[in-house]
Design a binder for this molecule. Structure first.
Ligand code: PMP
Length: 475
């Protein structure tokens, strides 16, 4: 192939810079996609359905990636966005605020009275986690502890795709390509809280939690307790191991270790927050313990897929540290606190409140989990032997597979993804996160107002897909 005029193809060891693009690359589009195939083009969406250019209607059972919380095409949200565009658009936002962003920030503080005092807006989940990292560092800089430069997070975590967030993340597959440019000095990892796989036989929940808390304490000691900025965890793990909640007592124990050493306790609720777990707005509130974090990231359900927004919530301690120090956050993005975005997000929140959607999400979760269990684990099901775990809450459910000694030509998760897609069902499937090629998961994250009929259809198509795969590869 010929290089563009004036551009010499550079020789890099092991890579043929002049080679044709790999076969997965497609010239059908100018976009370099994040999937190794050309994704289908959606032209319209309503509720949890969307329609492709060729007219095919697909059920999106995972709402983008746990983003869609009120369904697509909501008229209240569409109108709010239109109205805001008419009122204040376009917006060079630097150096001024706007009404919808101020109103949204106030509303977010009301969701957990006393827990948080100020809010910083960004444009998504990875950006929120970058902002969390910088805010936590700035807090200790302002409070005259500049020697605190280290974060402790967990293996098998996912905190985003930007370099800071990826350094924080503990998922080998997602880090692999970028390992060489990630920050290894400031980011350290401890074990996940993943009882289904890592609790040892005979160990009680209390013993498991005590073991994990001891590991965190040991990590503080290894790094030097006064060099640690904080401990960071997803409240419920989403995109790496499929809806894993922590055992009872885990977060209080981890928070206590942070408090003992004056470090910050930080939660990433980008995926699991904003009502996704049902009943409460924040996932940490579902644990029923006093585990309000010092800093929290939210995104996804905050904008419900309508607008690109994320936010960082800061506790009175952190807000005060910044206020009494420099007085502002050293973190500017052109599009933060954008009025159109804030207006869209406010409308999403209004729809959630006015339709009692947190309660609906909890009810949906009860129905969906009972249907999943009844179908995939029924004694007569050929799928049942391969279902390792069904777990989650609200509108957030994970199914973990285990093929035992059996193997499929491709990782099972990848086969599930392709098969469900053939059946017009979108789920997130993940493959091979654990040793020995295990760690295959599917996530379901329908909108909070998903109907019983829609859940029945999701379970039916998923079950049919799994039955076909079992027949093709496992019996
Ligand atoms: N943190 C968590 C826990 C996530 O699940 C995700 C996205 N799946 C992110 C951060 C990154 O968010 P975004 O994709 O909006 O950048």
């Amino acid at each position: 192939s010929t290089a563009a005029p004036g551009v010499e193809s550079k020789k890099v060891a092991g890579i043929n810079a002049a080679a044709d693009p790999p076969s997965a690359y497609t010239k059908d589009t100018a976009i370099l996609h994040r999937t190794p195939f050309q994704p289908p083009t959606a032209v319209s969406a309503e509720g949890l359905y969307f329609t492709l250019a060729d007219g095919t209607r697909i059920i999106d059972a995972v709402g983008g990636a746990a983003v869609t919380c009120i369904g697509n095409g909501n008229p209240v949200v569409k109108q709010a966005i239109k109205d805001q565009v008419e009122k204040l658009s376009p917006v060079p936002n630097m150096g001024r605020s706007n009404e919808p962003a101020e109103e949204l920030a106030k509303l977010l503080l009301e969701y957990a009275p006393g827990a948080f005092e100020q809010v910083a807006f960004v444009a998504g989940g990875s950006e929120a986690m970058e902002a969390v990292i910088k805010l936590a560092r700035q807090y200790f800089w302002e409070t005259k502890q500049p020697q605190r430069t280290k974060f402790i997070s967990r293996q098998l975590s996912y905190h985003g795709n930007t370099l800071g967030a990826l350094s924080l993340s503990g998922h080998p597959g997602r880090r692999k390509v970028f390992e060489g440019i990630l920050n290894h000095d400031s980011f350290h990892h401890v074990s996940p809280a993943y009882a289904a796989r890592f609790k040892t036989p005979g160990e009680t929940d209390e013993e498991y939690v005590a073991r994990l808390a001891k590991e965190l304490e040991d990590k503080f000691q290894e790094l030097g307790p006064d060099t640690v900025i904080g401990f960071v965890a997803e409240t419920v793990v989403g995109a790496t191991t499929g809806c894993v909640a922590a055992p009872k007592g885990y977060f209080p124990a981890m928070k206590a270790v942070c408090e003992k050493h004056g470090a910050l306790f930080i939660l990433d609720e980008v995926m699991s927050g904003m009502g996704r777990m049902g009943t409460t707005m924040h996932a940490w509130q579902t644990y029923g313990d006093n585990v309000a974090p010092d800093i929290q990231a939210i995104a996804k359900g905050l904008g419900g897929g309508y607008v690109s927004i994320g936010a960082v919530l800061m506790s009175p301690r952190v807000a005060k540290g910044i206020r009494e120090g420099s007085g502002y956050f050293f973190h500017g993005h052109t599009y933060q606190a954008h009025p159109t975005t804030a207006a869209g997000s406010l409308a999403v929140q209004k729809v959630i409140r006015e339709n009692d959607l947190l309660k609906k999400a909890a009810e949906a979760g009860e129905y969906l989990s009972s249907q999943l269990r009844a179908t995939l684990r029924s004694p007569s099901s050929i799928v049942a032997p391969y279902i390792f775990d069904i777990r989650g809450g609200g509108a957030f459910w994970g199914i973990e597979f285990d093929l035992g000694e059996k193997q499929t030509p491709k990782p099972f998760g990848a086969l599930v993804q392709a098969k469900t897609m053939q059946k017009g069902l979108i789920v997130i499937a993940m493959a091979g996160s654990l040793d020995g090629g295990k760690g295959d998961y599917v996530i379901l994250a329908p909108p909070y107002n998903v109907t019983k009929e829609e859940m029945d259809e999701i379970v039916k198509r998923l079950n049919e897909s799994l039955e076909e795969l079992v027949r093709e590869y496992l019996v």
